[in-house]
Design a protein around this ligand. Structure first.
Ligand code: MN
Length: 497
């Protein structure tokens, strides 16, 4: 197994690294290696190889120094004796908040086979925890590396993790426009969920792609020659095979007949300007006869997740069918890295997605509005109460609701300014009735304390407490808590009279 080091992370950075960036990454690297010293993964390698691999993925997709540092530190508070406070002392509040967010995301159990419950939890997870979208991106990188090393886990765990990856994390990556991340997560999950079909499709693809490969190489040569003749600047050309899972889905729609899959082999041409895309399309069609009805202009009409490109299917060299994809450099980055592409172009943009949501009217850059649209569309897809949700999103979703977690990772939805007593009754009437104290993120708090979004609340109960306290009615916010307390108090009055 390869042994990753700091140099691998630095070498993977997409932007030329400033000294400040190198410094924060190096510092987090040393900190993480020291914190995890002596710990091993199931694969037998040093535990620190995991956060280092996560940081390398983050560097590859173009994230900045702080996000990479948070990626290096993401398992420190959870799995070592070093606390979040110490991380904050050493790295400041911004990095510590990201680490905390990733830790909390990890605690959420997306349990339940019931689909509705599952999606509901997913929706809450996104809203509750993703006040900083970078947290979700770190979580995706974390999941990607865990999938790459899943084989070292027991079979039941493999299945559970693979299913969750396929149903939750790959769709999230897709919605964030992270095509490369989505494909990798899907292919890795597919292998564990349906090994037979995975290898069937993989073998089928390898065989057929090999046959087409020389046509692809020939087509690239011929197209490049024509483009140079016309004076169009070529940024990059390459050939690519379809991802295994997406090919499987397509095969299912076409009676598993691979000869009917036209985009099995594709030529990708990356140019500078949008105008170059259309000019290149003309060149390709002049050289190779296009298939009728197979020209898709996702530049004029982007896909819902923002994907832009021109696709055309042509009879290439030797009359072999190939797909040609034409796009600009910027479109390419966004197709591969999605929302993360923004960090490639700019470090200074707003990173808080609540800012994206609520400042859309005040001249926020176009792409960020696009992102809000994506989020809403996504919510539409996974939410059952679409309209209601859309409305609350517009009013100010976060002002009215908070999401808190049980120590087991279950999500409890509460109104703002809800207290541990509300939380206790939201779990169970008996827990409310016997509540004597509460801990938030491990620290004791009074029962009338306001719970904040994302906090982990632990309710302490005692058999010695026989009834709820009348005074609780003065501060509880939820009707569930109020009615429970009143009912119990009425019982006592009835018993005493
Ligand atoms: Mn991890």
């Amino acid at each position: 197994m390869e042994n990753l080091t700091l140099e691998d992370i630095i070498g993977a950075l997409r932007n030329p690294p400033s000294d400040a960036r190198k410094k924060v990454i190096a510092k987090a690297y040393d900190f993480a290696v020291k914190a995890h010293a002596g710990q091993k993964r199931n694969s037998g390698e040093e535990y620190s190889q995991h956060p280092i691999a996560v940081a390398k993925i983050l560097a590859e997709i173009g994230m900045g120094g702080k996000t990479i540092a948070a990626g290096l530190l993401h398992d420190v508070p959870e799995d070592t004796t070093i606390t979040l406070e110490e991380v904050e002392k050493n790295f400041g509040s911004e990095i510590a908040a990201m680490v905390d967010g990733v830790t909390k995301l990890g605690k959420i159990k997306l349990r339940g086979s019931h689909e509705e419950y599952f999606l509901e939890n997913l929706r809450k997870m996104i809203l509750a925890m993703a006040s900083d979208i970078r947290v979700v991106i770190i979580k995706l990188a974390d999941r990607l590396h865990n999938m790459q090393t899943l084989e070292f886990n027991p079979p039941e765990k493999q299945l559970r993790i693979a299913r969750e990856t396929m149903e939750v994390f790959a769709p999230i990556a897709n919605r964030l426009g992270m095509g490369e991340m989505k494909s990798q997560l899907q292919d890795l999950s597919f292998r564990f969920l349906d090994e037979k079909n995975y290898f069937l499709v993989k073998d089928l693809e390898e065989k057929h792609y090999k046959e087409k490969e020389k046509n692809v190489i020939q087509a690239i040569k011929e197209i490049e020659f024509e483009m140079k003749k016309e004076g169009i600047t070529i940024i990059e050309t390459n050939g690519r095979a379809k991802s295994i899972y997406s090919l499987f889905l397509k095969l299912q729609k076409h009676d598993m007949d691979i000869t009917r899959i036209y985009d099995l082999a594709a030529v990708r041409i990356i140019v500078q300007e949008v105008a170059d895309c259309y000019e290149t399309l003309g060149i390709v069609h002049k050289k190779y006869r296009p298939m009728i009805g197979r020209i898709k202009d996702y530049i004029s009409l982007p896909k819902p997740n923002g994907y832009q490109s021109i696709h055309t299917t042509v009879f290439g060299p030797d009359g072999k069918i190939i797909e040609v994809q034409i796009r600009t450099q910027k479109m390419h980055s966004e197709a591969e890295f999605g929302i993360a592409a923004h960090w490639i172009y700019s470090e200074k943009k707003k990173k808080n997605w609540k800012d994206f949501l609520f400042k859309t009217k005040k001249g926020v850059p176009e792409k960020e509005i696009e992102w809000v649209k994506q989020l809403r569309e996504w919510q539409n897809e996974i939410g059952r109460d679409d309209e209601e949700f859309m409305q609350s999103l517009q009013i100010d979703f976060f002002k009215n609701h908070i999401f808190a977690f049980t120590p087991q990772g279950d999500i409890i939805e509460l109104p703002e300014e809800a207290t541990p007593v509300d939380f206790a009754y939201a779990i169970h009437g008996e827990i409310g009735n016997h509540a004597v104290g509460a801990k938030i993120d491990g620290k004791m708090v009074p029962l009338d304390h306001y719970i904040r979004n994302g906090e982990v609340v632990e309710i302490l109960t005692s058999k010695d407490r026989k009834n709820p306290n009348q005074d609780w009615l003065k501060f509880v916010k939820t009707s569930a808590a109020k009615s429970h307390i009143r009912r119990e108090l009425k019982k006592i009055t009835a018993a005493n009279s």
